[in-house]
Write a new protein. Structure first.
Ligand code: FES
Ligand code: FES
Lengths: 791, 165
C-alpha cells in the first residue's frame, strides 16, 4: 500500500490563490460593455398544449430588446444530442410542452431585472393534459409523452451482445439453481431515486457575437467547451475557427454541465441577432427544473446462492426514468450501469433496464452516471443474502470476486474486458484499516446497551476513462458536436524562448485541480519547477480539441496525452542539450530547470539556453527542425476499472429515526496517484454525494409532474454538521492502458458510498426486523420503517 | 437612491435602484465579484459577507440596509499581500475544489474563529453549517479551519494528512 505520488511530492494547488481571494473569474463575473440579459418564460405545466403567447406588453416595455418564441428559432432545428435515441428537445416550444420548466419564450433586455419583469408580463394560454410521472405507468403507454412513439425508448440487456440463445441458456441456468435444495433466493425491489446535481455555481452563459469579424466568443460554465463550439458551429453555419468557447472557472459540474443546452444556443442566437453580448445565468429554481437530473431507477434484484456463500446468479430488471426529452447521453446512462452490472464478481448475471420517458426534466449524467445505481442494487442484495445465510459480508464478497489471477485478460460476466484488478487485497486492506472485528465488537457492545448501532460494508468496481478511440466505429462518436472522437486525449506542450513552458489541453475542469496536475506531469518530465509552467484548459482557441472533463477521464486520457507530449519535447530537448554539451543524448538528464550530463555534475545547460538554441535553427544539430513543442493525441487501450471497499458505522435513534454516521472508511484503488491531496479530495466529495443520496437528497415530482423539491429548502443537501471526517487509504493497482498507470477517481467515492450507508443502517435495525429501507433515509422514513417492523 | 458604506476599509457611495440587493451592489456596482450567488433562497451561503463583524447573507438584504455599515468581503481579507490565516488554511489544507462556495465559507470561518478561537471539530461543523459545499464533503474545510485556528492562536498546525501517509 502506498499513497505517494508517482511524480513525487505534494504541490499546493496553483488555482487557489485567485479563488481564496475572490479573484477567480467565473462566467457570471465576465462583464462586457453593452451586455444584454435574458430571462425565459417556462411552462408551469408538465404536459399542456400551448395556445396563444401574448408578448405585446413585454415587447412594449422600456429596455426590452427582443422577445423570441419558437417561430423565431425553429429554423435552427432541435437541440442536438450525442445519443439521439428518443425525442429531441425543441429550443423553444409553442406546440405541446412536456415538462415543468420547459422554455416557451425568451426575453432579452437591458438588465436582468427588466428581463425578468418582461418575462412575467408574457401571457401564455396553456391547455393542460394528463401527465405520466410514475415509471410503471409510463411503461404501459397508457399516457404517452410523445404521441408518435412508445414511452419505452430502448431496453438495455446484459450480458452485452448476447443473443437470444445465450440469454435463454443463462436464464435457464439461474432458474435451475433456484430449484436446487441447497440454495436461497433473495428478492427485493428497490428505488434509486432521482437526484438534482446542484453544483453551487448555477449554469451561466454569455455570447459575444462580433459582427465585424463574423465570429463568436462564448463564455460558458460547461464541462465540454469543444463540444459546445462544435454544436454552435453547426447551428450557425460557422466553422470551428469562428467560434471560441471559454469555460473559465467552473463552479462544480458533476455531469450536469456535460450537456449542450438549448439556453446556450438561444443566447448565442440572440447575440447574433442583436449584435450585442448577451448573458443568462440560471436561478436555482431553473437549475432544478431545466438542468439535467440524475438517477431515477426502480428495479427488482434477485440473487440466488448456496447456503455457504456461493452466488449462482444475479438478476436485475427495472425501469430507468429518461424524463421528457433525450439530451446528450440520456439513454446511454443505464448502459453505463450495464457495464458494471455484475460488479467485480464472476457469477452469472442477467440484467435488463427499460428506459422510459415521463413528463419530467431530462435525466443524464450525474456523478457516477449509471454505475452508482448498478452498484447499489448489487451490493444491497448481496448484503441481504449475507444476512439470510449468516455469513460475514466480507467473506461472501471475497468468495465471489473475480480473482487477481484472472488478470490480465479478465472479462466481466457482462462481456467487457477489464484492465487490472486485485479486489481481495483491497478488501482485506479495508478490513484491517477499519479494525473490522473491533468494529463488530463495538457494535455488539452498543447493542447490549440497547443502542442501535450498525456496520455496513460495500465493495465496488467502476469503469471510466473511456477510450479507446476505436469505439467510434461502434457508433459511439461525438460527431454531432463535430468531434471526430470523444475517446482521445489531446495536449500540446510548448517551450517558450525563455525556457518557460505552456501546456494547453482540452479538459474542462470544474474544481479538479488541473492547473496543478498537468503542471506536475510536465514539470516532472522536464525537470522544471511547476512555477515555470502555465496551464491552459477550457479554451477552444488555445487548446487542442478534446472532449472535456467527465467520466473520471481527464488524468487517464488527457493526462496521458500531456505525458506523451512532454516526452516528445523532452526527447528533442535532449538532442539539443547533447549537442550543446557535446555529450551523448542517452546521458542527458533533466532536473532543477536544466539538462545535465549523467555523472558530470558541472556539465549542464539551463532550459532557457536550450530553448534559445531551439529558436535559432543555425545552431541546431543537423537535421533538427527549429522550435520546441509537441502535440500528442492519446487513445487508451481500454477504459479503466477502479475499485474499492467502503465501510460505515452508524447509530440510529429509534425514537426519531435520526441516523448518525459514526465512522466512514474508504479504501479505494485508482491505480497510480499523481496528487494524493487532490485524489483524496475527490473521494471526500464523492462520498459526500453518495451519503447525500443515501440520507437526504430526493427530486420528488408529484403526480401532475410538479417538482416539489426545486429549491434548496426542499432539496436537502448534506451540510458540514451532517457528515463525519472520512478515513481514507488506498491500494495501488496500476492500469496498463495508459503510460501513467492512473485510472481516474472523480466518481469512485459516489459509486461506493450510498449502499455502504444503507447497509449500515439496515444492520443497525436488523435486531428490529428491518431488512430494507428505500433511500433517502431521512428520519421520518427510518422511523416509519422501525414502526412497520415492530408491528 | 444613494447608499454609503465602508467596504473592505474604503468608503464607498453609489446611486442604486432601491431594490438592489447588497450582493448585486458589491458585484455589479463595485465590481467585487468574489462574493457569489448560489441560490435565491438564503440557503447556500455563497453570498456570505461580514457586516460589522457578523456573517450575513448579502443575497437577502438590500444595499440600503447596509447604509453606514462596515462590510468585509473575501477581497478584503488579505493585508499588505499577506493572506488571512483562514485563506492560508484553505490553500494549505486543500479546503476548496471549484472554489465557488469558498469566499462565503472563508468569511463564515473568519467570524467563527473571531467568536471562538479554539473550536472543536463539532463546533467548526456547526459554525459553517449555513454554507453549502458540493465539492469537498467538508472534510478538508474542517482541516483548513483547524489550521487557521492554530495559526491564529500562535500554535503549530497539525501536519496535513497526506504528509502522514
Ligand atoms: S446566494 Fe445562496 S444564500 Fe445567498
Ligand atoms: S469547493 Fe466547490 S462548492 Fe465548495
Amino acid at each position: 500500500m502506498s499513497s505517494t505520488s508517482v511524480l513525487g511530492g505534494v504541490v499546493r494547488r496553483r488555482e487557489d490563490p485567485a479563488l481564496i481571494q475572490g479573484r477567480g473569474r467565473y462566467t457570471d463575473d465576465v462583464k462586457l460593455a453593452g451586455t444584454a440579459h435574458v430571462a425565459f418564460v417556462r411552462s408551469p405545466f408538465a404536459h399542456a398544449t400551448v395556445g396563444e403567447i401574448d408578448t405585446s406588453e413585454a415587447t412594449a416595455m422600456d429596455g426590452v430588446l427582443a422577445v423570441y418564441t419558437a417561430a423565431d428559432v425553429e429554423h435552427l432545428g432541435k437541440l442536438i444530442a450525442q445519443v439521439p435515441v428518443g425525442t429531441l428537445r425543441p429550443l423553444l416550444n409553442n406546440g405541446t410542452v412536456k415538462h415543468v420548466g420547459e422554455a416557451v419564450a425568451m426575453v432579452v433586455a437591458e438588465n436582468p431585472y427588466l428581463a425578468k419583469d418582461a418575462a412575467d408580463a408574457i401571457m401564455v394560454d396553456y391547455d393542460p393534459l394528463p401527465a405520466v410521472v410514475d415509471l410503471k405507468h409510463s411503461l404501459s403507454d397508457e399516457v404517452k409523452v410523445h404521441d408518435e412513439a412508445s414511452n419505452t425508448l430502448i431496453s438495455w440487456v446484459g450480458p452485452f451482445g448476447a443473443d437470444e440463445d445465450a440469454l435463454t441458456e443463462l436464464r435457464d441456468g439461474i432458474e435451475a439453481a433456484k430449484q436446487r435444495e441447497d440454495t436461497v433466493v433473495i428478492e427485493q425491489e428497490m428505488t434509486n431515486q432521482r437526484l438534482i446535481p446542484v453544483p453551487i455555481e448555477p449554469r451561466s452563459v454569455m455570447a459575444d457575437y462580433q459582427a465585424g469579424y463574423d465570429r463568436f466568443d462564448i463564455y460558458s460554465s460547461t464541462q465540454i467547451p469543444s463540444a459546445l463550439a462544435g454544436a454552435l458551429g453547426k447551428y450557425f453555419g460557422m466553422s470551428l475557427n469562428q467560434v471560441t468557447v471559454k469555460a473559465m472557472e467552473v463552479g462544480g459540474g458533476f455531469g450536469c454541465k456535460l450537456n449542450v443546452y438549448n439556453d446556450e444556443v438561444l443566447v448565442a442566437f440572440a447575440s447574433k441577432q442583436l449584435g450585442r453580448p448577451v448573458k443568462w445565468t440560471e436561478t436555482r429554481r431553473e437549475a432544478a427544473n431545466s438542468t439535467i437530473q440524475g438517477r431515477g431507477w426502480i428495479a427488482a434484484a434477485i440473487l440466488t446462492g448456496t447456503r455457504d456463500g456461493e452466488i449462482l446468479g444475479f438478476e436485475l430488471e427495472g425501469i430507468a426514468d429518461m424524463g421528457a426529452y433525450s439530451q446528450n447521453f440520456t439513454v446511454a446512462i443505464p448502459f453505463l450501469g450495464l457495464f458494471v452490472g455484475s460488479g467485480q464478481y464472476g457469477f452469472p448475471t442477467y440484467w435488463k433496464m427499460d428506459c422510459v420517458t415521463t413528463h419530467t426534466m431530462t435525466t443524464d449524467a450525474y456523478r457516477g452516471a449509471g454505475r452508482p445505481e448498478a452498484a447499489y442494487y448489487l451490493e444491497r442484495i448481496i448484503d441481504m443474502y449475507s444476512r439470510e445465510i449468516g455469513m460475514n459480508p466480507a467473506d461472501i464478497r471475497r468468495a465471489n470476486f473475480i480473482s487477481a489471477d484472472d488478470f490480465p485478460g479478465a472479462v466481466s460476466p457482462m462481456g467487457f474486458p477489464m484492465d487490472t484488478g486485485d479486489y481481495a487485497t483491497n478488501l482485506d486492506a479495508a478490513l484491517e484499516m477499519a479494525g473490522w472485528s473491533g468494529l463488530i465488537s463495538e457494535r455488539d457492545a452498543a447493542r447490549a446497551e440497547g443502542r442501535h448501532v450498525g456496520v455496513g460494508l460495500a465493495t465496488y468496481v467502476e469503469v471510466c476513462g473511456f477510450g479507446p478511440s476505436g469505439l467510434v466505429d461502434l457508433g459511439f462518436s461525438w460527431a454531432e458536436y463535430q468531434m471526430p472522437s470523444a475517446f482521445n486525449g489531446s495536449s500540446l506542450v510548448r517551450i517558450h524562448p525563455d525556457g518557460s513552458a505552456t501546456v494547453s489541453i482540452g479538459t474542462g475542469p470544474s474544481g479538479q485541480g488541473h492547473q496543478t496536475t498537468w503542471a506536475q506531469i510536465v514539470g516532472d518530465g522536464l525537470g522544471m519547477s511547476v512555477d515555470r509552467i502555465r496551464v491552459i484548459h477550457g479554451d477552444t482557441e488555445e487548446s487542442p480539441p478534446s472532449v472535456g472533463s467527465f467520466g473520471s477521464r481527464s488524468a487517464a486520457v488527457d493526462g496521458a496525452a500531456c505525458f506523451e507530449a512532454t516526452q516528445k519535447v523532452r526527447a528533442k530537448a535532449a538532442r539539443i542539450a547533447a549537442h550543446l554539451l557535446e555529450a551523448s543524448e542517452e546521458d542527458i538528464e533533466f532536473a532543477d530547470g536544466a539538462a545535465h550530463v549523467a555523472g558530470a555534475p558541472d556539465s549542464s545547460v539551463a532550459w532557457g539556453d536550450i530553448a534559445a538554441c531551439a529558436y535559432q535553427p543555425h545552431r541546431l544539430p543537423e537535421g533538427l527542425e527549429g522550435g520546441l513543442e509537441a502535440h500528442s493525441i492519446f487513445s487508451p487501450g481500454n477504459a479503466t476499472w477502479p475499485f474499492g471497499t467502503h465501510i460505515a458505522m452508524v447509530e440510529v435513534d429509534p425514537e426519531t429515526g435520526d441516523v448518525d454516521i459514526l465512522r466512514y472508511i474508504g479504501m479505494d484503488d485508482c491505480g497510480n496517484v499523481i496528487s494524493p491531496m487532490i485524489v483524496d479530495g475527490q473521494i471526500h466529495g464523492g462520498i459526500a454525494q453518495g451519503i447525500g443520496q443515501a440520507m437526504f437528497e430526493d427530486a420528488v415530482y408529484d403526480r401532475d409532474g410538479n417538482l416539489l423539491s426545486a429549491s434548496l429548502v426542499d432539496y436537502i443537501l448534506p451540510t458540514a454538521a451532517d457528515l463525519p471526517s472520512f478515513e481514507l487509504s488506498r491500494t495501488v493497482t496500476p492500469t496498463d492502458v495508459n503510460p501513467l498507470g492512473v485510472k481516474g477517481i472523480g466518481e469512485a467515492g459516489t459509486i461506493g458510498s450510498a449502499q455502504t450507508v444503507v447497509n449500515a443502517v439496515v444492520d443497525a435495525l436488523e435486531p428490529l426486523g428491518v431488512t430494507h429501507i428505500d433511500m433517502p433515509l431521512r428520519p421520518r422514513r427510518v422511523w416509519q420503517a422501525i414502526q412497520d417492523a415492530r408491528s | 437612491m444613494k447608499v454609503s458604506m465602508s467596504v473592505n476599509g474604503s468608503p464607498v457611495t453609489a446611486d442604486v435602484e432601491s431594490r438592489t440587493l447588497l450582493v448585486h451592489f458589491l458585484r455589479d456596482s463595485l465590481g467585487l465579484t468574489g462574493t457569489h450567488v448560489g441560490c435565491e433562497t438564503s440557503y447556500c451561503g455563497a453570498c456570505t459577507v461580514s457586516l460589522n463583524g457578523q456573517a450575513v447573507l448579502s443575497c437577502t438584504m438590500l444595499a440600503a440596509q447596509a447604509e453606514g455599515a462596515e462590510v468585509t468581503t473575501v477581497e478584503g481579507l488579505a493585508r499588505n499581500g499577506e493572506l488571512h490565516p483562514v485563506q492560508e488554511g484553505f490553500w494549505e489544507r486543500h479546503g476548496l475544489q471549484c472554489g465557488f462556495c469558498t469566499p462565503g465559507m472563508i468569511i463564515s470561518a473568519v467570524t467563527l474563529l473571531e467568536e471562538n478561537p479554539d473550536p472543536s471539530e463539532e463546533e467548526i461543523r456547526r459554525g459553517i453549517e449555513g454554507n453549502l459545499c458540493r465539492c469537498t464533503g467538508y472534510h478538508n474545510i474542517v482541516r483548513a479551519v483547524e489550521y487557521a485556528g492554530a495559526k491564529m492562536r500562535g500554535e503549530a498546525p497539525a501536519p496535513a494528512e497526506w504528509e502522514n501517509a
